[in-house]
Design a protein around this ligand. Structure first.
Ligand SMILES: [Zn+2]
Length: 388
């Protein structure tokens, strides 16, 4: 429904019996200066609210930028992993090709040596060693057979050597192509790592900014809390004078206690971590009409001590009426510009003071009614009673 962070804007003006009786609404000099002080503090609070809102917005933007960078970093990390896998595969494939080449070289060497040996023998057959060769054979016919066989074997050797040379050359070209792929992958990886490092540096910078933002916001919040304390102190000084008397009436006709309280005083939730500071009246009336635009009635007679608009935060468009006796009522989230009263006006019980809206920190149209007694928010149900 709505949240009212520890905002205390109770302006309980001293309305003396004399003034009430004479019907003259004036402000004594002392009260005037207190009111001025409260207004000045309120202005400061408003500025701080704005500053905090800006810092919150900035903080959110920083967080979303950090999230985005984290997402991008994750994506790049995934790509780096994929690249690493691919590089490993390529390295294995290159290694395989190197082994193939080494094996082919070995085969070439062995076959070449074998061939050379056979050639040597054939060559020698026509030299001085001829006789030696001849003696080693059983007979001359056998020697000739051996020579033919050797010649056939040499031809086979040559073919084999050629085959292995071709195979080696194929392996080498495959290896070269794999190495070229690997160089590309290495370059891609290096590029990705550069990108990731850059992102990490940016994330680092943003996190520093976020920390600064958090600090600034905490400082502004602390300063604002101080101002609230000061306002409470001023309200204490002002919450004197006679109570106007009589009962307090329900501020939105047709929207009753039984069906239309959407949030009670002191209720805790996402919006009110310190507890709801008032009571919310919302929903539809018996005729099915929504509450937006319905007239807000002054709960009791008194003096208007505040008409302000803190939109888009806090109470939004609101009115505070002092009823004397240290009791004030606050009406929040009115339609902007709808208040029909001004500061210093006297109002009578049941007088229309504005219209129900959803300005400020509200998620839908409703009236946030607050009772401030001696500078403290109290349960409106202790004071107000339903009337038709
Ligand atoms: Zn509320």
């Amino acid at each position: 429904m709505r949240r009212v962070v520890s905002i205390i804007i109770a302006f309980v003006m001293a309305v003396t019996t004399a003034l009430m009786c004479s019907g003259v609404i004036g402000t004594p000099a002392g009260a005037d200066s207190l009111q001025d002080q409260i207004n000045a503090k309120q202005d400061k609070v408003n500025d701080l609210e704005k500053r905090i809102a800006e810092l919150e917005k900035e903080g959110k933007e920083l967080l979303s930028q950090i999230d985005l960078i984290e997402e991008q970093t994750e994506e790049i990390e995934e790509q780096i992993d994929l690249t690493n896998d691919r590089i490993k595969e390529l390295e294995t494939a290159i290694e395989e090709q190197s082994e193939n080449i080494a094996e082919a070289e070995e085969e070439i060497a062995v076959r070449t040596a074998q061939m050379e040996e056979r050639i040597r023998i054939i060559y020698m057959s026509g030299s001085d060693s001829y006789l030696n060769m001849l003696f080693e054979c059983k007979d001359f016919g056998s020697f000739l057979d051996t020579l033919d066989t050797l010649k056939i074997l040499v031809a086979a050797d040559r073919d084999m050597v050629d085959e292995f040379k071709t195979a080696k050359s194929d392996y080498e070209s495959v290896k070269a192509s794999l190495e070229s792929d690997k160089r590309e992958m290495d370059a891609l990886k290096s590029d990705l790592v550069t990108q990731r490092n850059k992102l990490e540096r940016n994330a680092g910078k943003l996190e520093t900014l976020k920390k600064q933002n958090d600090k600034q916001r905490a400082a502004a919040q602390k300063e604002m809390d101080k101002e609230y304390e000061a306002i409470k102190e001023l309200i204490k000084q002002q919450s004197q004078g006679e109570f106007v008397g009589g009962d307090f009436l329900w501020p939105v006709s047709g929207f009753n206690k039984k069906s239309n309280i959407s949030a009670y005083f002191g209720q805790k939730g996402n919006y009110w971590n310190k507890g709801h500071t008032g009571m919310d009246i919302a929903g539809r009336n018996a005729a099915g009409e929504g509450i937006k635009g319905k007239p807000i009635l002054a709960c009791n007679s008194g003096t208007v001590i505040k008409v302000a608009n803190t939109s888009p935060r806090g109470y939004g468009q609101y009115v505070v009426i002092s009823h004397g006796g240290g009791i004030s009522t606050l009406y929040g989230h009115m339609i902007s510009g709808s208040p029909t009263v001004s500061e210093g006006d006297t109002v009578v019980k049941g007088q229309v003071i504005g219209k129900v809206g959803e300005t400020g920190n509200a998620t839908g149209p409703h009236l946030h009614l607050e009772f401030i007694v001696d500078g403290k928010q109290v349960d409106p149900l202790n004071y107000v009673s339903y009337i038709k």
